[in-house]
Design a protein around this ligand. Structure first.
Ligand code: GAL
Length: 665
């Protein structure tokens, strides 16, 4: 099935970027629009940080510049994602209403002259944000250039949590709704520990800096509250926009996987289009794998439907320790790798490189040397190519493996005083993802309680916090014949970070058919060995088999002689458990035993092959990250150059080819 266009009236793959014309004199705008046309730009995000210009004094609005730029873009046929500018509170707001300034957990106030200086619970901020949003929405709801509303920018990005007194009061209100009665909260939070019981709601404070470890249940709830506080800010603006512009899609930009603090599963249904910002860790050699992972998580949030890459960079960013420039061709590969994983739009931060301000060394679509810049040529080429790939729009990616992703496990697992500081959420998720990527297995990323029917395999890399509902769904799936792989330190606690009763791995004990008698984390740099020669680091444990069979054993280390990898047969399916962190080859050896064969086999590891399908046909997207040309078995027509491929698609070194397939169902 072909899904409807991401953006009504924009019948092409989206191409464009954040546009900040307020940084430039008006004569440059005309050149901008001309160059946008040359680059095939069809959407720009406007007004993101313009609050101070649109409302220079409280209640005084100046829209004439925005009127002119919108009209100019409209005349040129360029559509606009109009932003609410509330991520950049103006100086007058912070000056007149000091309560808008957020506070850190040590009680320090954060000041302005930056962006995101805001307390999401501040009533003064709410009132001001509401007012500017109302003005913008009323004025521009029917402007023919506006195709999308872009609410705020990266909620929680710079300012995930505010600990001020107003936030504390809002947190208490949130807790009252969640728990109703104080004894219920005391019980849920285990406040008998260290005598932390509360006798009145007013006694509860956010997890401000304390002499030692703070109640983890309180910390978890505070993170949930902060997520909800940001979500409430989003909803407030979205609902105002919706009232004025009921037929225009509304979104905000996510930051997957770089933002730990927002539980995007709770946001996914609140946006009309899932939009993501993704920036490579420039120094990582295999950062294209992390890109693929972010794209897959984004597609998961979009429920498999096409999504929008709202921001990435044409070349270097400016905020990493060493901001390596992308090499020629890399931006194209990055862009099309996102498209391969379901993006129906490729946008950048930003259109024209700033001359001043904190981001002047960040790359852009138009570099400082304008048309002479290398990047400009690639931007124009990309625009042309995205135009040729129009048929891909609305197609969806097919995957046969599911991977469970959970922000709340991430939060809970990385609170202080865990068995080891070496076990981190992203590291385990990435290790399993990398193996799937390298073996050409396409994955769907799902939340813990999702329906797993239909997948050939489900991988659970790190589900420290496991609810009964998540455990039940995994069990149901295995019973019905599915294969599950679970990594260590999963199933351990409930939603309040309380250990599930009866011993580890708690919620998954019965399903895995093992009991963990003791966690046996390893010293820094220490490794243990399994009887197939694989080595493990970071973690081991003493496992008692209660139904599962032993597949591999520890030959040394604190669990020597005990099971290391187990398999339990439950109903018609099987569940595997990996109790250490195998080296990458070891993980691969273990997993190759378990997993059904990949759909595509025999290709070099660093070549991505994805399939998107729709009513228009089946499309094969191949991204070659190697320095050598690669042959991929395929039949069809190249969407860009029209060449016919009979048997073998030759993908140039570091190149990308997209084929409309023939002879597939
Ligand atoms: C994003 C942000 C943009 C820009 C970009 C730079 O996180 O939304 O406004 O700052 O980073 O990489």
């Amino acid at each position: 099935m072909t899904t409807p266009p991401l953006i009504t009236g924009l019948d092409a793959i989206v191409h464009g970027g954040d546009y900040n014309p307020e940084q430039w004199p008006e004569e440059v705008w005309h050149e901008d629009v001309q160059m946008m046309r040359e680059a095939g730009v069809n959407l720009v995000n406007l007004g993101m940080f313009s609050w101070a210009l649109l409302e220079p004094e409280e209640g005084v609005f100046t829209f004439d510049r925005l009127d002119r730029i919108l009209d100019l873009l409209h005349e040129a046929g360029i559509r606009v994602g109009l932003a609410t500018p509330t991520a950049a509170p103006p100086a007058w707001l912070l000056h007149h209403y000091p309560g808008v300034r957020p506070q850190t957990s040590t009680g320090q106030t954060l000041f302005g002259a930056a962006r995101q200086t805001l307390c999401p619970s501040s009533p003064d901020y709410a009132r001001a944000a509401e007012r500017i949003t109302e003005q913008l929405a009323r004025r521009y709801a029917d402007h023919p250039a506006v195709a999308l509303w872009h609410v705020h920018n990266e909620y929680g990005g710079a300012m995930p949590a505010c600990y001020c007194e107003v936030s504390a009061e809002a947190f208490r209100g949130w807790l009252q709704k969640r728990y109703g009665r104080l004894d219920v909260l005391n019980n849920a939070w285990g406040t008998t520990f260290w005598g932390q019981s509360y006798g009145a709601w007013e006694q509860i404070t956010p997890p401000r800096q304390a002499p030692t470890a703070i109640n983890p249940a309180l910390q978890l709830d505070f993170l949930r509250f902060c997520n909800d506080a940001h979500l409430q800010c989003y909803r407030r603006e979205r609902d105002i926009v919706r009232r004025h512009a009921p037929n225009t899609p509304i979104t905000t930009n996510f930051m997957i996987v770089n933002c730990k603090w927002i539980d995007y599963w709770s946001w996914a249904d609140e946006v009309d289009i899932v939009a993501n910002d993704h920036y490579l860790q420039a120094e990582e050699e295999d950062n294209h794998i992390e890109l693929a992972m972010a794209a897959d998580v984004t597609r998961g949030l979009a429920g498999g439907r096409p999504w929008l890459l709202m921001e990435h960079s044409t070349s270097a960013v400016n905020w990493q320790p060493r901001n390596l420039a992308k090499r020629p061709g890399e931006m194209r590969r990055n862009s099309l790798a996102h498209v391969a994983r379901g993006a129906d739009g490729v946008m950048f931060f930003q259109w024209r490189a700033s001359r001043f301000g904190a981001e002047k060394f960040h790359s852009a679509m138009v570099p400082h040397n304008g048309r002479r810049g290398r990047v400009w040529g690639e931007v124009v080429d990309l625009g042309r190519e995205l135009g040729e790939l129009s048929e891909l729009r609305g197609s969806t990616v097919r995957a046969d493996t599911a991977l469970i992703w959970d922000w709340q496990s991430w939060w809970a697992m990385e609170l202080e005083w865990r068995p080891t500081c070496d076990h981190t959420y992203l590291e385990r998720f990435r290790a399993f993802y990398t193996w799937l990527w390298r073996t050409h297995r396409t994955v769907d990323v799902l939340p813990p309680e999702a329906d797993l029917s239909g997948y050939r395999m489900v991988v659970v890399p790190s589900l420290y916090l496991t609810t009964p509902a998540a455990a039940e769904e995994l069990t149901r799936y295995v019973r019905a014949g599915g294969t599950v792989v679970v990594s260590y330190f999963s199933g351990i606690v409930d939603a309040n970070d309380a250990v599930h009763p009866g011993g580890h791995p708690g919620a998954l004990r019965e399903l895995l058919g093992v009991e963990i008698d003791e966690f046996l984390p390893l010293r820094d740099g220490e490794s243990v060995h399994l009887d197939n020669g694989v080595s493990g680091t970071v973690w081991s444990e003493r496992i008692v088999l209660t139904g599962a069979e032993r597949v591999l054993s520890y030959t040394d280390g604190p669990a020597a002689g005990g099971p290391a990898v187990t398999r339990n047969t439950v109903g018609a399916g099987q569940v595997w458990y990996v109790s250490t962190r195998p080296d990458p080859d070891g993980l691969r050896a273990v997993l190759d035993e378990i997993a059904p064969p990949p759909v595509v086999d025999g290709l070099p590891e660093d070549v991505e092959v994805l399939r998107r399908t729709s009513d228009r046909g089946s499309f094969l997207i191949t991204v070659n990250h190697t320095g050598k040309e690669v042959d991929v078995p395929a039949r069809g027509v190249d969407l860009v150059d029209g060449t016919r491929v009979e048997q073998t698609l030759t993908v140039p070194a570091e190149g990308v080819r997209v084929l409309r397939e023939e002879g597939t169902d």
